[in-house]
Design a protein around this ligand. Structure first.
Ligand code: SF4
Ligand code: SF4
Length: 213
């Protein structure tokens, strides 16, 4: 029989005296580095439901679901599937409202230290948040979330008054107008400029205003 080398023998004696090198997880929680990039989670109070993280995610773990309800209202859902997520943190680092710090408190997605995601329940392998979706008052197509429009209006300050969609969304939020226009597919008119419009309808209304067609 081959004799063990001295170094290996030393390691074996040390292990007998000090105990095993491995932790007793899951019975004992392991110590985690504060910068360990674990499970990403949406932060509802920060997220403006802009959908940029869906574009950034390299594995399509995030999807934006725009739903038009029977009562004419609309909802945007930001949904994440943890079965696809590779914990790269790009969604948090490049979040529209974040400052690049994935552990900070500004971004719409926070990277937690949580790593133990084994489950038999598919429902716990996903998460979602939702908010109001704004529809074009001319064609009825989704524009973006209300929170996104209000965030843009806030960032632009007085410059937001140049865009009626931002201006009217802000006015409605402040309760200064409660005008609602059920959408119609009628011909676009100059007066439609003063409605909440998607980019295509605003372009068409501008053409009507400037060129008459
Ligand atoms: S605010 Fe950030 S987390 Fe929320 S949808 Fe936009 S990019 Fe994603
Ligand atoms: S951590 Fe990476 S893979 Fe996971 S949702 Fe964010 S961008 Fe996608």
């Amino acid at each position: 029989m081959k004799k063990p080398k001295l170094r290996e023998l030393g390691e074996a004696i040390k292990a007998v005296i000090k105990g095993p090198y491995t932790t007793k997880f899951p019975f004992v929680a392991p110590s985690i580095y504060p910068e360990f990039r674990g499970k990403p989670v949406f932060v509802e109070e920060n997220c403006i439901l802009c959908g940029a993280c869906e574009q950034i995610c390299p594995v399509d773990a995030i999807d934006v679901r725009d739903i038009i309800n029977d009562d004419g209202t609309a909802t945007r859902i930001m949904h994440r599937n943890y079965n696809q997520c590779i914990w790269c943190s790009m969604c948090s680092q490049l979040c529209t409202v974040g400052d690049g710090n994935i552990f900070g408190d500004k971004a719409g997605i926070k990277i937690t230290n949580e790593f133990d995601l084994s489950t038999l329940d598919k429902e716990t392998a996903q998460e979602q948040i939702e908010g109001e979706l704004v529809l074009c008052e001319k064609c009825g197509k989704p524009i973006t979330s209300k929170k996104h429009l209000l965030w843009l209006a806030e960032r632009l300050g007085t410059k937001a008054f140049q865009n009626q969609t931002l201006f009217l969304t802000k006015m409605k939020e402040l309760g200064l107008t409660d005008e609602e226009y059920p959408y119609t597919t009628d011909e676009i008119l100059r007066e439609d400029l003063n409605k909440i419009l998607c980019p295509s309808c605003r372009r068409a209304a501008m053409m009507k205003e400037d060129w008459g067609f």
